[in-house]
Each structure stands twice: as C-alpha cells, then as structure tokens.
Design a protein around this ligand. Sequence first.
Ligand code: PBG
Length: 309
Amino acid sequence: MRRNIIVGSRDSALALWQTRWVMEQLQKQHPELTFELVTMKTKGDKMLDVALAKIGDKGLFTKELEFAMQQREIDFAVHSLKDMPTALPEGLTIGAVCKRDNPGDALISKDGRKLDQLPQGARIGTSSLRRCAQLLHYRPDFQLQSLRGNLNTRLKKLASEQLDAIILAAAGVMRMGWEDMIAEIIPFNVCLPAVGQGAIAVECRAEDEEVRTLLQGIEHTETRAATDAERALLRHLEGGCQVPIGAFGEVVNKKLSLTAIVANLDGSQVLRAQGEAPVEQAKELGIDVAEKLLALGGKRILEQVRSGE
Ligand SMILES: NCc1[nH]cc(CCC(=O)O)c1CC(=O)O
C-alpha cells in the first residue's frame, strides 16, 4: 500500500469541511497512511455570480479535480454527490458514497418563520430551478430571487438583499455549524430534494485498486443504492441543473423506494411518480420512475423547459 495519499478538494468552506471529514474517517481506519490535502478552484468557484442555469455546464464543480486525477496529481477527490454529473469522465469512478446526512432543503428566514408563516408575496432567495418551481407550485404568491455564491455569501444576502427567507441544502447548513438558524426542513410533499443531496461522494481512478479498497471502508450501502436510483433517474431524463427535477430514494424495510418530480419553470405543473424495487435493482428503479414521469407528461415539460418556451 502507498504511504501518502493525495486528496483533492475545492477550496470552499463546505468542500473543505467535507474533505477533512473523509480524510479523518480514513485516517482512523488506516493509521499507517498519511493523507495530504490539495485544494483547487473549479470553474464553478470562479463564476460565483452567474446563474447556474445560465452556465449550464456539466461538471462545473468537478472538472478541474477530475483532470488532476487523470494526470495522477491527486489520488481521489471529495465532492458533494449533488454536484457530480451523472456521466463521469473516462477512467474515473465513484469509489465511495458516504452515509447521507439530512437530505432536505432548509428554510432560513429573517425572524425564524416557517414556510406557512411567511407573508403574502414573501421574497425568497434560491438559485435552484427545482426549489423555485416547487415553491411556486405550493405558494404562487412567493417572489423568488436568484441567490448564488458560497454558503457564507448567501447567508449574508438574507439581510443585505432584504429577503424574507433563503433556502439552502440542510446538510451544508449543518456541516457549517449553522443548524440553529434553520426555521424548518421543508417537507418533501412541498419540495423534493436534488438528486444526491446530502451525500458526500469520493471519486477516484477506476484502475486504482489500492484506493478503491481503501474507499470501501467509508462506503454506505443504503445511501449508494438510494443515490444510484436517483442518478439513474436523472440520467434517463437527461436533466442537468437547467431542469427542475427532484428525487429522493430511501431504503425502507430492506426495500428501495424512489419518489421523483418533474416541474415546469413557473411551477404551474409538478408531476410526481413513485416506485419500489429490491435494493439490488436501483438503476432499473430509477429508469422505471423516470419512464413514469415521462408518460405522465414529463416529456412535454422537459421539451418546453429545454427549448425555453
Ligand atoms: N450546489 C451547491 C451545493 N452542493 C452541495 C450542497 C450542500 C451539501 C449537500 O447537498 O451534500 C450545496 C449547497 C446548497 O445547495 O445549499
């Protein structure tokens, strides 16, 4: 076994928290190894003020790290699974999906109000089409404002842009130690999370058996099955961040269940589908639920959203 493992990460506070967490778990399991952290900026870090839907680039937060892996400058990279494209570059694989934290979306509001206590026409900050569409479906009076930047920046904008509330992934908020600011985890019947939300993934070279064996130690089987189903669904719908798609997979009583939505941009249509399958058939389940959504009218919605109608 190699002695020194080089670990790549973005340099945002959240990414660093996640990467250090992974390094810590591995170090506990392998006291004989050393882990070295290398940080880099990705295109997504350099374009923090541009709407994600406008950049529309797959691998915005992962490409530079992936290139470094292919060049053997780093041995593995830690990502939010949510930020990973469903198709990985040649020669790379997801070596581990770690146990998922809270998968939900957190409401952080000016005076701790919950969603139902927000005033008519409340101004809510979020940069995600998925959150916008589902919130508008629930409360057409809400005014959604775009919100980008690192978590710190977004939190500051709650006050500086005079918003009533912002929405962030609960897992990120908790990892930053801001749990006390969460007014409410938005229920899944209102807003279904993004594919992979709340799960940390480790990407490595597919042929690097040493590192793959190492990463087995932090793999969480149920989270892998759940997110395999979610990612298969997303891939089948060919949805990047430009399309409002939400999904949540979960192992309940040893069975895998998957719920997903496809929405149009103004939230006037939100289609929902659900399915169950044995844990070993995660990908088939994802495709199955995707097919249900397409049949329900998702095909038309996706065409409309993509053509900018
Ligand atoms: N798109 C940015 C991003 N990628 C992963 C997380 C949160 C952490 C996670 O889902 O594991 C966030 C922040 C957010 O959406 O509020």
